[in-house]
Structures are given as structure tokens and as C-alpha cells.
Write a protein that binds this ligand. Sequence first.
Ligand code: PT1
Length: 288
Amino acid sequence: MISDSNAPQTAYAAGRKIEFPCVMGVVNTTPDSFSDGGKLYRADKLDLDQALARCETMVAAGAAILDIGGESTRPGAKSVSVQEELDRVVPLVERITQNVDVAVSLDTSTPQVILAGASAGAHIVNDVRALRRDGALAAAVSTDLAVCLMHMQGEPGSMQKAPSYDSVVDEVALFIQERVAVCTRAGIDIDRLWIDPGFGFGKTLSHNMKLMRAIDRFVATKLPVMIGVSRKSMIGAITGRDVSERLAGGLSFATWALLQGAQIIRTHDVAETVDVVAVVQALREKNG
Ligand code: PT1
């Protein structure tokens, strides 16, 4: 029942050791995030002090990684200019790496953000487009960042209009396998690669549930598996809850994913998810 996988228990990201399983805290620098849009804004500008305070709270709560995003990728989100994304992400990454002991992830598809973020001390690039944007692969190759390759069908603006698969698990697994091959051929060491089935990215509830039931198949690749379901509409579709009331649903999915061997849980609710990780790890202790 509790999978005894030999999936990796640690990874190195830009020289920083990360122990699995772990929690990645979501830090949105966008004014239009689906769950906490604009809370870090004052007079239409990202408040860096307030953003850093949010980061420190998440690290105190046990986040091993902070995911810094300057482009909303929720369903229907609008794209941003490169300059706007740079302005939102890079100063905050600098502040974090200079002040907080935590791994920093760039939630971006933009080559300029990958390069500037790496220079600012980031450790991971988390790309919902799996380095398919022009120049992104070359940018990642030129750094020593770990790379999370996520599956998405379509683009955020339209991806939920008509998601369609013959076999969603096979197709997502094949896509990830192909992107892993592209990355390793381009010179990214396999030890730098993480994978994510991309919950809610061009998927119906049924697609999401099929993927969730098959997490062990992604774990079997031996690459660290990341799961992001925090506050998403798939929880709302099951529980009937509004976005502010989806904590228990998200923790339930996190528990399931961890028991299947998932390594990284991406969440807005760090303290609660850290407790879930602790309980699952306690269940795994054979001598306890
Ligand atoms: C994710 C993820 C992400 N999710 C990774 N990065 C988002 N690696 C941003 C909804 O249905 O799962 N993995 N970066 C946020 N995206 C969404 C998607 C937010 C769907 C909300 C929904 O409500």
C-alpha cells in the first residue's frame, strides 16, 4: 500500500542540497493570482518588504523551496511582457537569496528571467511550458539550475476550453519523457531534472483524477515528482468549495501523492502541508 520506491531522496539544485519529500511555498508577485491576487501590492507596485516577510513566514513554517512567479498561468490568465516579469521576479529573488536560507525556484518560461534569476542566486527553474519557449532551453543549459518540466496542453489563455486526450496518462508520460530527452541531449544532466504532470493545465476533472491515480507511474521514472493542486478548481469540482475553502481537499491530495512517492508538494498552505509530510514520513518509519 505505501510504495517503497527507490526514487531519489535528495537532489542538488545549483549546488544546494534539497531533501525529499519537501514543501514548495507559492509566492505570487502577480496582481492577478487566482488565490492571493495582489495581496503583496501597494499602490499598484509589488511591496518587496511585504513579499520578503511572506517568504520568511513560509520558511519558518518549513518550506524548503519558494516558487517565485511573475506570470499568472491559471486558466484564462493574460500574458505579461518580459520587462514586467523581470521587474516582478528578479528584485525579490535577490532579496530572498541575500536574506533567507531557502532554495529559490523561478516559476517562469522566459529565457531572460531564467538567466537573470540564476544570476540573482536562484536554484531551480519551474517551467509550466517545459522549456519549449524560444531560447528557454538554451538559457537553462547555460545555468546550473535544476529544471522542473511540467505538462500543459495548450496555453493558459485557452487551455481549459476543450482539453482532449485519447489516454491522458500515456500522453502526459510520453510528453515528459520527450522533454527529458530533449533536455539531456541539450546538455542538462539528468540529475537536474524534475517532472510534474501539471494538474489543471489543459485537463478536465476526469483527466486530473486519472493522473492523480497514476502518480506512481511518474515516480517510477526515478525523477523527482512535483505536484501542484493547492486551491485549484479540481478540488472545488469535488468538494463544491470556493477557492478560500480548499485547504482540506488540497491536503488530502498531498497525502495521496506523498504515499505514491511524490517528492515535492507545491502549495500556498505551507505549515499545514509540512505537517502532512511529517505524518507520511512517520508512517514510513519502519522502526518507529
Ligand atoms: C503546478 C503549477 C505551477 N500550478 C508547477 N508549476 C500553477 N510545476 C503555477 C485551477 O484549476 O501545478 N506545477 N505553477 C498554478 N496554475 C493553476 C492551474 C492554478 C489551474 C489554478 C488552476 O484552479
